[in-house]
Design a protein around this ligand. Structure first.
Ligand code: CA
Length: 336
């Protein structure tokens, strides 16, 4: 179903050899700027024939590790370093990235719940539509760098969707191992979620790799190192670098994140006291923590429990939690 062309346009030519930096212009007519546009920075580095790679960060504005890694890559990579074409969109949801928020301050849009987007929709829906109809169809590989953002903290992880086709899953695992994060996991989307960039990549037949690099709305040297080295190793693994990294990647623990039983949610609103930490091994039925009631401190706290056994790879950061907030999620080891 075609809904017409995207209204966004880049002021660079993706078919030209060399290194170009510029902006994707999103027409945005508002009180302070009648004929204005939102400038989403974009970089295209091309050197003849070779793999076509799209690197994305800032899909969620408050996930900074990937943004820093890709900004450094924008400045470091030159055409002589690569084969093929690398397009870098380091602040995909630009209004959110500038605001330092997960969602856009303009329309409250969550870019990673907006695909395939809409050429006539909100600002965020228009960005999604541009990525899905203009950028993804020009790519063979997309690396979408996420982290836990403001509300979550992860063991630095790379992730890929599990496919019905074992050959495709095997290829994803090779790239996950090339990224070399401490954890790599295969995700089975429990929500049947089809509004993500991952889903857009599948619709466009593009090989997709994601990350969850850290979180807490900050950048740590350790998480950034995983991000920067991982991006370079994946670029090397797909044949996009003239001089790929020679050191083998550090070992990755291959895991999977399955259905809702991998997740622990707050069953009440209150102050959350976690009983476990990232990396802890837990058993089914084990208490995950207590929710205390600040308005009635004499009331016994609610105890939330893990529904299944696994390793804690993600935890909630803020102490205050509302019913429905994700508190933890688990991963389980996968045998190849
Ligand atoms: Ca994210």
């Amino acid at each position: 179903m075609s809904r017409g062309p995207s209204r966004l346009a880049a002021d660079i030519d993706f078919n030209k050899d060399g290194k170009q930096t510029g902006f994707v212009r999103l027409p945005h007519s508002v009180h302070r700027s009648a004929y204005g546009w939102i400038p989403i920075p974009i970089t295209c580095i091309k050197n003849g024939a070779g793999p076509k790679v799209l690197l994305v960060s800032g899909n969620h504005g408050d996930e900074y590790e990937g943004q820093v890694a890709l900004m450094k890559l924008v400045r470091a990579l030159e055409p002589k370093d690569i084969k093929g074409r690398i397009i870098i969109l380091s602040a995909a949801n630009f209004p959110a990235a500038i605001a330092g928020t997960r969602t856009s301050p303009i329309d409250d849009g969550n870019l990673n719940r907006s695909f395939p987007g809409d050429p006539n929709g909100t600002v965020t829906q228009q960005i999604a539509y541009y990525i899905e109809t203009v950028l993804l169809p020009q790519a063979e590989y997309v690396l979408d760098l996420h982290s836990g953002g403001s509300s979550l903290m992860y063991i630095p992880s790379a992730l890929a969707r599990r496919f019905d086709d074992p050959a495709k899953t095997k290829r994803s695992i090779e790239l996950l191992r090339a990224f070399g994060a401490p954890v790599a996991y295969l995700a089975t989307s429990p929500q049947g979620e089809d509004r993500t960039l991952t889903s857009g990549a599948e619709r466009c037949g593009v090989t997709h790799l994601g990350t969850e690099l850290g979180g807490t709305g900050t950048v740590t040297p350790a998480a950034l190192k995983v991000a920067e080295a991982g991006v370079r190793r994946v670029l090397g693994a797909v044949g996009a670098l003239v001089n790929p990294p020679k050191e083998p990647p550090p070992p990755t623990r291959l895991m999977e994140v399955g259905g809702w039983d991998y997740f622990v949610y707050a069953s009440d609103s209150g102050l959350f006291e976690p009983y476990v930490e990232l990396g802890d091994e837990v058993t089914a039925g084990q208490p995950a923590g207590a929710i205390h009631f600040q308005d009635t401190p004499w009331r016994e706290p609610t105890i939330v429990k893990f529904e299944r056994a696994g390793t804690v790879i993600c935890k909630r950061v803020p102490g205050r939690s509302e019913r429905g907030d994700c508190l933890f999620h688990l991963g389980t080891d996968v045998k190849e």
